[in-house]
Design a protein around this ligand. Structure first.
Ligand SMILES: [Zn+2]
Length: 124
């Protein structure tokens, strides 16, 4: 399950960051998931819950937002591709350049980013 391995890396880096700051608890995590990562948000939430269990991350609020993808085309176009959102088999989206109709290259939207982490740190 792809989501599990990705989320496992995310959880690891969050816990590492929290440890550096002596956090007692993590309250909230904001994630941005690229349009073309093919990661299901529900599966990501599920993986998060499982991986967070028995860590200071347990019970944290997880906010997931979609990071819009960008494409580049040999004709010079750069921006959003034309993709039919409701294509029945959305395994790999076919990205077309809206300008010339050619096959566009993905330049953004394949990443998964931790936007923000809210930690509870002990009073000094
Ligand atoms: Zn083009």
């Amino acid at each position: 399950m792809h989501e599990f391995s990705v989320m496992s890396q995310i959880v690891d880096s969050i816990l590492e960051e929290a440890k550096k700051r002596d956090a007692r608890k993590i309250e909230q995590v904001d994630l941005e998931i690229g349009d073309y990562t093919m990661l299901g948000h529900e599966q990501m939430r599920f993986a998060f819950d499982v991986l967070a269990k028995d860590t200071i991350l347990e019970g944290a609020e997880l906010n997931i937002t979609t990071r819009p993808g960008r494409v580049e085309c040999s004709c010079g176009y750069e921006g959003s591709p034309s993709v039919s959102e409701d294509s029945p088999h959305k395994v790999v989206p076919i990205l077309e350049c809206p300008k010339c109709g050619g096959v566009a290259k993905i330049v953004a939207g394949r990443e998964c980013i931790i936007r923000n982490i809210r930690l509870v740190v002990p009073d000094v």
